[in-house]
Design a protein around this ligand. Structure first.
Ligand SMILES: *[C@@H]1O[C@H](CO)[C@@H](O)[C@H](O)[C@H]1NC(C)=O
Ligand SMILES: *[C@@H]1O[C@H](CO)[C@@H](O)[C@H](O)[C@H]1NC(C)=O
Ligand SMILES: *[C@@H]1O[C@H](CO)[C@@H](O)[C@H](O)[C@H]1NC(C)=O
Ligand SMILES: *[C@@H]1O[C@H](CO)[C@@H](O)[C@H](O)[C@H]1NC(C)=O
Ligand SMILES: *[C@@H]1O[C@H](CO)[C@@H](O)[C@H](O)[C@H]1NC(C)=O
Length: 820
């Protein structure tokens, strides 16, 4: 090459550029550079490499993409942080084998910094998407002097070795783009972490956000779906020279990639020919249990449990107060302190995503028995497990220090043996075996129970027929509920009459769903609120009992507390704690009072309502659907803390029940979800819809129903959606909040609210994710068009024309379709 004269060189390059115009090449060499406008195409026509720009045409990048896929999907960018300013750049390979990206004055914008000197270098774009430099004089074409697969950006392609070269110390990791328009490294990255037993981490800056887990020879612990299958293979290689993960899709006609979105979402995509689009096959962060260390130390995250975080057996919350407030990050501590010298034991936990292995030690050759002994002897060893899950398990993995980031997976999980004090171990094992025994007895005598129940039912019917039950129950000095007694004080009428000044109008607080509410002061000076159910009210005995049973069982700082009740023939009353600040609608829809609730207060109110709802939906012993959430049912205490009230329409769901249907649609227009208003279907997701409406009302200070806008006839949801799509969501905000609000929080609230009012229940988040979304800084999913965004209400019941005269009329809960 060196002997070629300058003239010949020019001739060559002229010849090659003509050639490139007609046929796409997959290589460049020192005499033929790649200019902006030209591209390399891999031999199988899968990938293409060249210059491109994103949003800004004056920022030119060199990178590669799928040749046949439109719109263009980038897989690699060379000069991520140093774009060229014009379209006159070129990619050259120097005679030593260094790739350089230069402008016309030969200023170097990017260089491969190839460390080995080549005799006859050539750069080639392979069909895997790998852009490689090799030496044509080297007999082994697989011997790359440099390869783009060592420097991925946001995309991990099949066959890429993802990890660390122990000889050179080079780490291959992936980092997100700064934004979809800027390929410079963003906040998120995925690494193979070599501390302890290697594991895959997703990090935001330096904080771990998600742990895909470590390799157990079958898959990654904690990510059972990542198991190799005929379409998708996955392996972990660990030897003296290198340590890496690699996946592959053996069928070349299937295009697959892992991409780390600027928001931190890690997803596996596959190209779907028929849909002509990328399909998400798997996503790393699917639920709250995937948040790193979500439950703190010695606790496991159990998605089907409420609350989701549970201390391991034999452990208790480090800070019970925080734990009960759903603040789990402090985790758990041993119930009985460890006593290494006098002997500890190990309790087996099954179906677990093994904890973080950053401070672990491992040996492939030791069996479980030896592993146990090793751990027992070393007082700082907190747990052990098998390393290799094949053939019933082998190898040994020991943990030192706290056990964090566990979740219960059931079938896909592993066995973990956790150290605990010998005395505690004994207790826990006894408890476990007695639970087993009890279960055995229960199942063993199901037949007996059924026959007993039958006898009981027959007796019950007879008793009822003869009116005996009434008498028996009347004797009870407690409010009666369904067919069970309630431990709830019965107030007597004179006490109530005295307290409310004989229900004087000056004591009247307002009109609730089913009758007036009065303020009262008991003889001991306690302030109470008495809800007197009007005889003509829609709330029959059924709703009344319902409310009594429900509220008596519920205890949460964001739910109003029931103090007692009164029931005699037609007269039914409920006695609640008194809320001095009335309800939310009293403030946010009032021209002057609205100013008393600044942004900070409103955020606290939204958060409080959400916490109350989580409790109703999942953390109380029952699953309760409120069915009538609205501003007038959110009461405020003296510190403006919100309390959910009015459970007259609430429904209790059994353990596995998630949805029910009713012919009797009750609730309040403007807050009802489409599937409930139209089909009578309700679930926790219908409460989510009402919650979304509530949030928009709190943020905007406007009512969903009766909302008017000069430019369109949408309701508040529709208006919020228009502003959202116009990227001007801040215009929604109540004028009086403009000074106190924090723009990012407002946008986050509106985003969450719009997700809650999605048309399809399955598109709405659950309450627990709402709380996480409101408090985290992660980016949120984009909402789609909400349900019920044009209609103000179902037409047959439209009373919006009355709106101006009678503000409370529409606020009263309606019973739409009485039982047919
Ligand atoms: C790169 O190639 C172009 C066109 O072949 C040439 O003009 C330029 O001098 C080369 N620059 C370097 C640094 O090799
Ligand atoms: C090439 O890039 C350098 C550095 O940005 C710049 O100073 C120079 O003016 C550029 N040359 C041309 C012709 O744009
Ligand atoms: C190549 O080396 C230069 C100078 O050390 C450095 O600034 C640049 O980031 C390196 N390029 C790559 C792709 O590593
Ligand atoms: C590869 O995938 C394509 C399309 O999905 C399919 O038609 C073909 O049969 C597969 N080839 C093999 C060898 O499995
Ligand atoms: C326990 O194991 C740790 C970690 O391997 C080690 O540093 C420590 O020396 C061991 N302690 C004893 C008493 O063997």
């Amino acid at each position: 090459m060196a002997r070629l004269g300058f003239g010949t060189l020019l001739l060559y390059s002229f010849f090659f550029s003509i050639l490139r115009t007609f046929t796409a090449l997959d290589t460049i060499n020192p005499i033929q550079s790649l200019r902006d406008g030209e591209t390399l195409v891999s031999a199988g026509q899968t990938f293409e490499l060249g210059f491109f720009s994103l949003a800004d045409p004056n920022r030119r990048y060199l990178g590669s993409w799928y040749k046949k896929i439109f719109p263009r999907t980038m897989v690699w960018v060379a000069n991520r942080e140093t774009p060229l300013a014009n379209t006159l750049g070129s990619l050259n390979i120097t005679a030593q084998g260094n790739l350089v990206l230069v402008n016309v004055t030969n200023y170097i914008f990017w260089s491969s910094n190839t460390s080995t000197i080549a005799k006859d270098p050539v750069a080639r774009l392979l069909d895997t998407g790998n852009f490689v430099i090799s030496d044509a004089t080297d007999g082994n074409p697989e011997n790359f002097l440099w390869q783009s697969f060592d420097y991925p950006d946001n995309t991990v392609l099949p066959e890429m070795k993802f990890g660390v070269n122990l000889v050179t110390g080079h780490e291959t990791f992936s980092s997100s783009w700064r934004s979809i328009e800027d390929p410079a490294p963003g906040q998120f990255s995925v690494h193979l972490d070599l501390r302890g037993y290697p594991q895959l981490f997703l990090k935001k800056e330096n904080r771990i956000q998600y742990r895909a887990g470590s390799w157990n020879a079958v898959g990654l612990t904690g990510t059972p779906v990542l198991k190799p299958n005929p379409i998708f293979t996955f392996e972990f290689v660990s030897n003296d020279n290198e340590m890496y993960f690699k996946y592959d899709v053996p069928n070349n006609s299937i295009l697959a990639r892992y991409t780390l979105h600027p928001s931190g979402l890690l997803q596996r995509f596959q190209w779907n020919e028929r849909a002509n689009d990328w399909v998400v096959i798997a996503a790393a962060q699917t639920d709250q249990c995937n948040n790193y260390a979500f439950c703190g130390a010695y606790a496991s995250c159990e998605l089907n449990n409420s609350p989701v975080c549970l201390c391991l057996d034999g452990f208790m919350p480090k800070s019970p107060r925080d734990w009960n407030m759903l603040l789990w990050s402090d985790g758990c501590v041993p119930r009985t302190p460890l006593d290494c010298v006098n002997g500890d034991g190990f309790l087996k936990h099954t179906g677990i995503k093994l904890p973080d292995t950053s401070s672990s030690w491992y040996d492939e050759k030791i069996d479980l028995k030896q592993c146990h002994n090793l751990c027992l002897r070393n007082c700082s060893c907190s747990a052990y497990a098998n390393l290799d899950m094949r053939d019933g398990g082998s190898g040994c993995l020991l943990w030192f220090g706290d056990l964090i980031d566990m979740r219960r997976l059931g079938a896909g999980g592993q066995d973990l043996y956790v150290r605990m004090a010998a005395s505690e171990l004994e207790k826990t094992e006894k408890k476990r075996s007695s639970i087993k025994k009890i279960l055995g007895i229960i199942f063993g005598s199901v037949a007996e129970v059924i026959s007993m129940l039958m006898v009981f039912c027959i007796c019950w019917r007879n008793l009822r027929k003869h009116g005996m039950l009434k008498k028996i129950r009347r004797k009870n000095d407690h409010c009666e509920g369904r067919e069970e007694e309630m431990e709830l004080p019965m107030f007597d009428l004179t006490t109530i009459v005295d307290a409310t000044n004989n229900f004087s109008s000056s004591n009247k607080l307002g009109e609730g769903g089913f009758g007036p509410v009065y303020k009262g002061t008991s003889s001991e000076g306690q302030e109470i609120a008495v809800k007197r159910l009007s005889k003509s009210s829609g709330q029959g005995l059924r709703e009344f009992k319902n409310e009594v049973i429900l509220i008596a069982k519920l205890q949460h700082r964001n739910l109003v507390k029931l103090l007692g009740c009164y029931i005699h023939e037609d007269e039914k009353m409920l006695i609640y704690e008194y809320m001095p600040n009335k309800s939310l609608d009293f403030f946010i829809f009032d021209q002057t009072r609205r100013k008393l609730l600044d942004w900070c207060k409103r955020i606290q109110i939204i958060d409080g309502i959400a916490r109350g709802l989580i409790y109703l939906h999942q953390d109380s012993r029952l699953r309760i659907i409120h069915r009538d959430l609205k501003t007038s049912n959110i009461l405020l205490d003296s510190d403006m803390n919100p309390k959910i009230s009015d459970f007259g329409l609430a429904r209790i769901f059994g353990g596995d029940q998630t949805e029910a249907k009713t012919k009797r649609v009750v609730g309040t227009y403007g807050y009802m979800s489409p599937e409930y208003a139209v089909d009578g279907l309700f679930s926790v997701k219908s409460d989510l819809f009402s919650f979304g409406v509530l949030v928009l009302e709190i943020v905007s200070g406007k009512k969903n129903r009766g909302f008017c806008h000069p430019d369109h006839d949408r309701n508040l949801l529709g208006h919020a959606w228009i502003l959202w799509t116009n990227e001007t969501p801040l215009e929604l905000i109540d004028d009086c909040l403009r000074d106190s609000c924090i723009a990012s929080e407002v946008i986050r609230c509106i985003n969450v609210a719009l997700l809650c009012v999605q048309k399809r229940p399955e598109d709405r988040p659950n309450m627990a994710s709402v709380v996480v979304m409101l408090s985290s800084e992660n980016s949120l999913p984009q909402p789609k068009q909400p349900g019920f965004f044009t209609e103000r209400s179902p037409p047959e019941a439209d009373t919006s024309s009355n709106e101006h005269q009678s503000y409370s009329a529409n606020e009263i809960s309606l019973s739409l379709f009485e039982a047919r």
